[in-house]
Design a protein around this ligand. Structure first.
Ligand code: C2E
Ligand code: CA
Ligand code: CA
Length: 574
């Protein structure tokens, strides 16, 4: 058996002395070996406290705030009790000995190392309970003091934020949890030239400015990220694990944005231009002090004028700058008409007739270079740009569709959308308006959302998709098989079509496992009465295989690549 006293989770540090069961708070451990005594003491204590008795067979770790022992119990469990007291040091963990008057003198001396108080048998109920209460109160005060002390030791006195030791602990814990996963952690140090304030406003001004900056920082970062104050001039933040470079950059740039604003400090308005430095674990350093040092060094390097965070490593800097540049240029690209919409035919396998097309966006830079959506859509998705692009795509796709319907009234246009688009309150109205304006029927429309996106969408988005579907538009699960979803969600999602991802089509008809996966997806679709499209069909053998297994439609280079609208029309021989 081992006794443990260092967990105090259920201990209310303030508030009423009694807990919700009407008992005094604090856990009492009964380590009484004589069965008769044990029964009697249990009876008395149980009606006032939460009690747990140690028995010979106890194996589990017992946590307590007061131990009540008899002489035999002390003999038996002395080592465990001493260990529990030691572990909890320097916080007082009381042990009360119950003993006959005749043993008093002798025992108390001998056991002073472990025993803090005693009660004489035969026990007086009131006395026993009162003594226990006093000891528990002493314990509670010791815990509260220790909590307060821990708080003082771990927090910056001026701003109340975590200080460097606590920040280091937190970082250590975050990294330890990750060491076996293939993830990165971003650490930012924000350097603020507080000495500027010190020079003009003095120490009090410095403290006020530190508080103003801290609360500004907290409100910018939201509840997810808690900043710490590392030195007078440096604040630190750990980005949540799994944060992408892009969203980390967005946050870091927001902080940099403070250079264009003023903070109110007392009667003054001051400018505190921050410099943000970023270090990446484990790339820049594998240990905590190294990582903080790297971020501090990076903050020192941050250019005070361009407003961009600095990375410790040049290659990370390069990547982040690429992202920022692309985002800036892309934002202009939409307004400057640099986007193009291309179309890839969808073929019905049964008769190899074109039944529709998928609209795929392209970006033609002024240099003539064509940028693939695989490169810029992920950048756009990290900001509101995706909404702008999708709006343009939707408009363009409807315009084209209205022409093509003249040739083929049941032509189906598949449009790629994201949950962010669907989440816009006016999404359904916009689609309705476009339909009416361009004389398009709901049957002419299919919306593609990737499996990963579909599995993570918010309720409101699901509702919108249901609405969209109720009006007749179809919804396809793009890249099906690549998400890590459970299959049971298929029943619940408002979807009509599965698009088997190219990575599986690549493995048919020759690879045994590939065949197995594709066949499984096909039977799944049949079971749930969903339509099927296979994408990335590059060979006749793939098309033949899919046809033999009952796949309705395909898309791929074997039939046609994506083409600009005019070329599509020529290709169709319309
Ligand atoms: P996706 O929706 O899975 O689109 C299919 C991609 O596979 C297209 O690449 C297409 O050109 C390519 N593909 C089709 N058949 C074959 C084939 O036989 N072999 C090979 N190797 N590739 C084939 P693309 O056009 O570069 O688009 C890439 C991704 O960009 C799309 O993947 C989609 O996720 C996204 N995207 C494209 N246009 C839009 C758009 O308008 N809005 C949104 N939100 N995303 C878009
Ligand atoms: Ca697609
Ligand atoms: Ca796809």
């Amino acid at each position: 058996m081992s006794l443990n006293s260092d967990t105090r989770s259920d201990w209310p540090s303030t508030g009423p002395k009694k807990n919700e069961t009407g008992k005094h708070s604090g856990r009492v451990l009964l380590a009484v070996a004589a069965p008769g005594n044990r029964l009697r003491l249990m009876e008395i204590l149980e009606s006032h406290f939460t009690v747990q008795a140690v028995t010979d067979g106890s194996r589990e770790m017992l946590e307590f705030d007061l131990a009540v022992v008899d002489i035999e119990g002390l003999q038996k469990w002395r080592a465990a009790l001493v260990a529990a007291k030691r572990r909890g040091e320097p916080i007082f963990l009381p042990v009360m000995l119950v003993l006959g008057k005749d043993k008093l003198h002798h025992r108390i001396q001998q056991d002073s190392e472990v025993v803090d108080a005693f009660v004489i048998t035969p026990t007086n109920t009131v006395e026993l309970v009162e003594r226990a209460c006093i000891l528990l109160r002493a314990r509670r005060m010791a815990l509260e003091q220790s909590d307060r002390l821990a708080y003082i030791i771990n927090h910056d006195a001026v701003t109340g934020l975590a200080n460097r030791p606590l920040f280091e602990d937190r970082l250590q814990i975050a990294l330890a949890a990750l060491s076996r996963e293939d993830k990165k952690v971003f650490l930012a140090v924000i350097h603020v030239p507080m000495d500027m304030v010190m020079g003009s406003l003095g120490t009090l001004g410095l403290d006020a400015a530190a508080r103003a900056f801290s609360s500004w920082l907290r409100s910018w970062l939201g509840d997810d990220i808690e900043p710490a104050r590392l030195t007078t001039n440096d604040w630190g933040i750990i980005f949540r694990t799994g944060t992408s470079v892009e969203s980390m950059m967005t946050q870091a740039r927001k902080i940099h944005g403070l250079r264009d604003r003023t903070l109110h400090v007392g009667q003054e308005e001051i400018r505190l231009p921050p410099r943000v430095g970023i270090a990446i674990w484990p790339d820049d350093s594998e240990d905590v002090p190294g990582l903080i040092g790297a971020a501090m060094a990076a903050a020192g390097q941050a250019n005070g004028t361009d407003g961009e965070p600095a990375f410790y490593s040049p290659s990370a800097q390069e990547k982040a700058l690429w992202h920022i540049r692309t985002e800036n240029e892309l934002s202009k690209a939409v307004d400057d008409g640099e986007l193009e919409l291309w179309f890839q035919p969808k073929i019905r396998l049964a008769d190899r007739v074109v039944i529709g097309a998928e609209a795929l966006v392209r970006w033609r830079r002024p240099s003539g270079e064509l940028v693939s959506p695989g490169e810029f859509i992920p950048v756009a998705e990290k900001s509101d740009l995706i909404l702008k692009i999708s709006r343009w795509v939707l408009d363009q796709a409807f315009r084209v569709l209205s022409n093509w319907r003249d040739w083929k009234p049941d032509f189906v246009m598949a449009i790629n959308i994201t949950p962010a688009d669907v989440g816009m309150p006016d999404f359904i109205d916009r689609v309705d308006d476009l339909r009416i304006r361009y004389g398009v029927l709901p049957e002419n429309l299919e919306f593609e959302l990737t499996e990963t996106m579909l599995c993570e969408v918010a309720k409101v988005v699901l509702e919108r998709l249901r609405e969209l579907r109720a009006k007749g538009g179809r919804i396809a699960v793009d890249d099906f098989g690549t998400g890590y979803s459970s299959l049971s969600y298929l029943q619940e999602l408002p979807v009509d079509v599965l698009k088997i991802d190219k990575s599986f089509i690549d493995r048919i008809p020759d690879e045994h496992d590939g065949v197995g996966i594709v066949e499984a997806i096909i039977s799944l679709a049949h079971h749930f009465h969903l339509g099927l499209v296979a994408e990335g069909v590059e060979y006749e053998s793939q098309a033949d295989f899919l046809q033999s297994r009952g796949v309705d439609n395909v898309q791929g280079y074997y039939f046609a690549r994506p083409m600009p609208a005019a070329e599509f029309v020529r290709w169709m021989k319309w």
